[in-house]
Design a protein around this ligand. Sequence first.
Ligand SMILES: [Zn+2]
Length: 379
Amino acid sequence: MYQLSQDALAYIDSCAEELIALEKRLCQIPAPSRREQKRAEFCKEWLEKAGAKGVYIDEAWNVVFPVHAEGSQQLTLFTAHMDTVFPDMEPMPMEERDGRLYCPGAGDDTASVATLLLLARYLITRNIQPEKGFLLVCNSCEESEGNLAGIRQIMKDYAGRIQECYIFDGLYNQVVNWPLAVFKFKVTVKAEGGHAYLNFGNASAVACTAGMIHEIYQMKIPEGCKSSYNVGVWSGGEVPNGIAQHSEFLVEMRSQLNENLEILRQNFLQIVKKYQDQGRWEIQVEPIGSLPGKEGVDPVVQGRIDEKVREILEHYCEGKTIFRSGAGDINIPMSMGVPGISLCAYKVEGVHTREEYIELDTLQTALTVNMTVMLSCLE
Ligand SMILES: [Zn+2]
């Protein structure tokens, strides 16, 4: 395993209080997806004060710090997302209690941004020039509203030049190395309706969506990998004595394999078509989001990254590392054949709730792990 130098360890030690202060400062800068401007400006200024040259904010509001990256076709990307899942544009309540920092977004993914900034300063102050070049990015738009616009912009601007990517995001001891392919649809049904008694037998929008949803839940999961589907939202009708004229639902499908997701998608559309063909209802299907799954990633390189990160995590954290599938920034590089991993080494609970907190004494561990991961890429 890559061993940190005495100098790196001393640097990490010297950052203990600053890391917590920086985390708190960042937490207090509102950054809903697509409105990360203030946090982005803070990160850029922080980096510049630390001596960074060439930092810029791109059109997606990513803060990009290229390190010896010019002309390189073999860049390593390190990234942590600035945005939070909540829409609040006022600083959110923050409280330190029992060694924990409570604040929505504290762990997802603000603390990772704080570690990334401190890693950047280490590279700057030690004048480390990675031979193949690094890209350090505080990225935007990871949460659902953002539709991964930040990482998409990076992969577009550095098309074909990124060789590996390390995403500092997730849950303690868990890594995501297999992004899920995702499809989301909204189905809207309009029907004739009428009086529940006098017009009994008229087409009902609720009966239609109920039938479709029932059939969706009969769909078989294609063999070969884990997949899932879910109708998470369903509404319709207005009054008990009126035949429903309107009903709608949202359905989401996920799979580890693009081709299996495609089977589910086709089966779902078949069900909708069956109801459309009956001509009793006006049915609309609208795609409301999709994520590409893993495609063309070299399994040998991926295996090497997995093993390296597992070793580092198991050295510094408690327990075994769990490898799992997930959806997020990792989807975009890995759908383009770039091997990558998403990891987190601080303890966080209540992600995507207003009760979210991190265990402050694990922040140093995360800084150590992230530093080890980053510096191991110099070799
Ligand atoms: Zn999140």
